[in-house]
Design a protein around this ligand. Structure first.
Ligand code: UTP
Length: 290
């Protein structure tokens, strides 16, 4: 199984980050000097993804602009001998094949993924939720791809979440432990109440799915929040005999789609950079003394 394509749904409203998201898509919130989506494409390239299907809406030209060459800026920077400042994003533009696909209305994550059917075709593919940043030396998606290839089936990334947060996630009911951190799934439940959650293992923002998900999504009615849920599509796919495993990724994850986690991601990222680490540590300890 070769996995070279990934879908990145980026057509949601980003209500948790209003008013910022009134004019700038949440997928472009900065993690230090790079937009979140830039880090996602880097993770994809490092995982062997060559083609990215980015689902957007008409209100988000900023995403396309960011990943397009800016000749005017390049000329100005070149004159100042500062080409290196945008070399990173230019490399990305050069190495990643990006397709933009419109989702006419934000009808849900499952509906957004369905928009990519034609481009993905009949291949297994990856999905990134671009508001979830994973910080690890081994790219998160590459860990999933390795397991999908080993077991020749679909696989969703999961992580333990606190009990009070299960109602915000798709939760996995486990049938069997196959190996360390890898589970056979019994069923998936979208946003259960604490009392009805079969576990605290939540589906997080990385998937490798069989292309049969598209037929299943076409047969999926609006569910929780009156949106077409990807979790419900995966359930439909499983009910039709498709094997789906869950892999517990231990990588540190930040939901940068909400302001508090976004701030934590920035602090963690700064602390991981030798250039900033010492100053940030001093600054944080000074703040605590006040
Ligand atoms: P979220 O539910 O986190 O995004 O979806 P949201 O709806 O934009 O955010 P809030 O809850 O209102 O703050 C996860 C990803 O799926 C995309 C979003 O852009 C986000 O990157 N998405 C969601 C779509 O592309 N289309 C949709 O209809 C819904």
């Amino acid at each position: 199984m070769k996995i070279t394509k990934a879908v990145i749904p980026a057509a949601g409203l980003g209500t948790r980050f209003l008013p910022f998201t009134k004019s700038i898509p949440k997928e472009l919130v900065p993690i230090m000097e790079k937009p979140a989506l830039h880090l996602i494409i880097e993770e994809g390239l490092a995982s062997g993804i060559k083609e990215f299907e980015i689902i957007i809406n008409d209100d988000k030209p900023a995403i396309n602009n960011y990943f397009s060459p800016n000749n005017h800026l390049e000329t100005l920077l070149h004159a100042k001998n500062k080409d290196s400042l945008i070399a990173g994003v230019n490399n990305l533009i050069h190495n990643a094949h990006l397709n933009y696909i419109a989702q006419p209305k934000p009808l849900g994550l499952g509906h957004a993924i369905l928009m990519a059917q034609e481009k993905v075709g009949d291949e297994y593919f990856g999905i990134f939720l671009p508001d979830e940043i994973m910080m690890d030396t081994t790219p998160a998606l590459s860990q999933l791809i390795a397991k999908a290839q080993q077991y020749n089936c679909s696989i969703v990334a999961v992580q333990e979440v606190p009990r009070e947060k299960v109602s915000s996630y798709g939760i996995v009911s486990i049938k069997q432990n196959l190996e360390k951190n890898l589970f056979e799934i019994d069923k998936l439940i979208e946003k259960p109440s604490i009392n009805h959650a079969p576990s605290t293992l939540a589906i997080i923002g990385r998937y490798v799915l069989s292309p049969t998900i598209f037929a299943s999504l076409k047969n999926t009615q609006a569910g929780s929040g009156n949106e077409i849920q990807l979790t419900d599509g995966i359930t439909h796919m499983m009910n039709n005999g498709e094997r789906v495993l869950a892999y517990n990724i231990t990588t540190h994850r930040y939901d940068v789609g909400n302001p508090l986690d976004w701030l934590k991601a920035n602090i963690a990222y700064a602390l991981s950079q030798p250039l900033y680490a010492t100053e940030i540590k001093h600054y944080l300890s000074d703040l605590q003394k006040k």
